[in-house]
Design a protein around this ligand. Sequence first.
Ligand code: HEC
Ligand code: HEC
Length: 351
Amino acid sequence: MSDNQPHFKEVLGQISRLIAVTTTVLLLVIVLIFVGILATDHVQEWDNLYLNSPEVTLSQKLTLENAVEYQSDEIKYGYELITNTDQLIGMSVDDSSMRYTGNVLRCSSCHLQGGTQSYGIALVGVTGRFPQFRGRENKEGTLSERINGCMTRSMNGIPLPEDGDEMKAMLSYISWLDDFFGEDASSISPGLKPIELPNRAVDLVRGETLFNKQCTVCHQSNGLGVASSDNSAASYIYPPLWGELSYNNGAGMHRVITAAQFIKFNMPFGITHESAVLSDEDAYDVAGYMNSHERPQRANLDLDFPDRKRKPMSTPYGPYADDFSIEQHKYGPYLPIAEYYKQAYQMTKKK
Ligand code: HEC
Ligand code: HEC
């Protein structure tokens, strides 16, 4: 008997420890379940309030990417082509017949957030503005032709076949953006927002200083950007601003005024037109500095703008309908050029 007593006590002790542990675990589980229920309830309640609120726009409810998931294959492909251009039709895709672009940019490198950013050259609302008269070709142009304008200049590539799957998909996506935003489409501002042009030429030294302060974290001091190490993503995390893998000299971004408008209201990346950090002068100088570097050259640019009066002032290649130097067209000052066009041709030039 005396032998058994400690043994019995041990068993009793073990049982009570077991009970204690089980109770604690059970209590914990109950608390967790309770917290869980409270949280889901809270999320559901918040979801209901949020989704049913007339104050909340469709675009805020659904992210673009989510919404695209529910669309046709053609729209999905168009979205992929715009946001992942280099992976699908870039210069290094496996299928050589699909190599249409000639650099590492994506359409969305400039048409920010898949073409949905106000004053970030949005693609929302574009469908309704085409066909339109285009000065560069001096004729009425379709949206496909406009896209191919960016293909051959901004993307330094070759035109997409007008009746091919890629062009059709891009057109479908761009047109679907209008449906996606519905009544809110008009709140997304098109194109680029004007800046006040300083009445002086670009100051390249000032531009370089600003560039080193505001841009090199991402685009690097050599301007060549940062390649991605993830093969499934875009080939560049930060796109090149000049050099062989950037836009060519016939691109709109190669005009100082256009680039300054883009930079002022969209860079450093993450800002919007409502939270710009650069002054107009800063953007002007940094745009000039960016465009003072080497980049791919496009042939036959002298044939652009057959009606030379229509050439934007900051087009950095001739011939022109005026006697200002190429240097002045490239770096300003622009106000004397604008004044000349007003006097000689009664034209108001802003870019
Ligand atoms: C290097 C920058 C850049 C890239 C990359 C680029 N674009 Fe553009 N795109 C521009 C600029 C600049 C304009 C003219 C904006 C202006 O003057 O208001 C423009 C205009 C357009 C327009 C007309 C917009 C309007 O409001 O009328 C369309 C459509 C377009 N681009 C499609 C594309 C597509 C599709 C791609 C990819 C295949 C692409 N772009 C790549 C810079 C770029
Ligand atoms: C925080 C990182 C970051 C900073 C800082 C930044 N950029 Fe960018 N920039 C980007 C990214 C990312 C893109 C492409 C956007 C996309 O693909 O969604 C871009 C695109 C561009 C483009 C159009 C695409 C191209 O390669 O030509 C230009 C031009 C540009 N940036 C100029 C500038 C300038 C000038 C500055 C400094 C004032 C600057 N950026 C600062 C990240 C940055």
